[in-house]
Write a protein that binds this ligand. Structure first.
Ligand SMILES: [Cu+2]
Length: 136
C-alpha cells in the first residue's frame, strides 16, 4: 500500500514538473529576434536643435559631416519636435541643388548623390544648423 502511494506520488510529481516546464516555456518565451529600427537613417536631426547651442558641439545634424560614395543615397531623419530642412548651400545663400522642404517630426528625406564633391547644407528655419555631405 505504501509502495503504491509512493509510486503515485513520484508519478504525480514528475507529471507536475513536466507540465510546469512546458507551461513556463510557452508563457515566458522571450523574443530574442533582433528588433530592426523602423527607419534607417544616416543623418539624425536630434531633439532641441531648434534652439541655438547645438552648433557649439557640432551636433545639429549627426554626423555633421558624412562621407559617401558616388551613386549612394543619404537618408536624414528629423527626430526633433520642430520642423527642420535639409537645404543645399548656406543660410542666406542656398544653392538650389536640393531642398527637403519642412520635415515633420520623424519624417525622413533621402537624396542620392551622383557627383563627387562637398555639399554643404543647412536648415532654413535655424541658421545655426549646418552640416555637409562629402561624396567621394
Ligand atoms: Cu532646423
Amino acid at each position: 500500500m505504501i509502495k503504491k502511494i509512493i509510486t503515485v506520488a513520484i508519478v504525480l510529481s514528475i507529471f507536475c514538473i513536466i507540465v510546469g516546464l512546458s507551461l513556463s516555456d510557452s508563457n515566458f518565451k522571450e523574443n530574442t529576434s533582433d528588433v530592426e529600427p523602423i527607419v534607417k537613417a544616416d543623418v539624425i536631426m536630434p531633439t532641441k536643435v531648434s534652439r541655438p547651442g547645438c552648433d557649439v558641439k557640432d551636433i545639429c545634424y549627426i554626423p555633421s559631416s558624412i562621407v559617401t560614395q558616388k551613386g549612394k543615397s543619404i537618408t536624414w531623419i528629423n527626430e526633433d519636435s520642430s520642423f527642420h530642412t535639409v537645404t543645399s548651400g548656406f543660410y542666406g545663400e542656398p544653392t538650389d541643388l536640393f531642398d527637403s522642404g519642412y520635415l515633420d517630426p520623424y519624417q525622413t528625406y533621402t537624396l542620392s548623390f551622383d557627383e563627387s564633391g562637398i555639399y554643404d547644407y543647412f536648415c532654413t528655419l535655424h541658421p545655426w544648423m549646418k552640416a555637409q555631405v562629402i561624396v567621394e
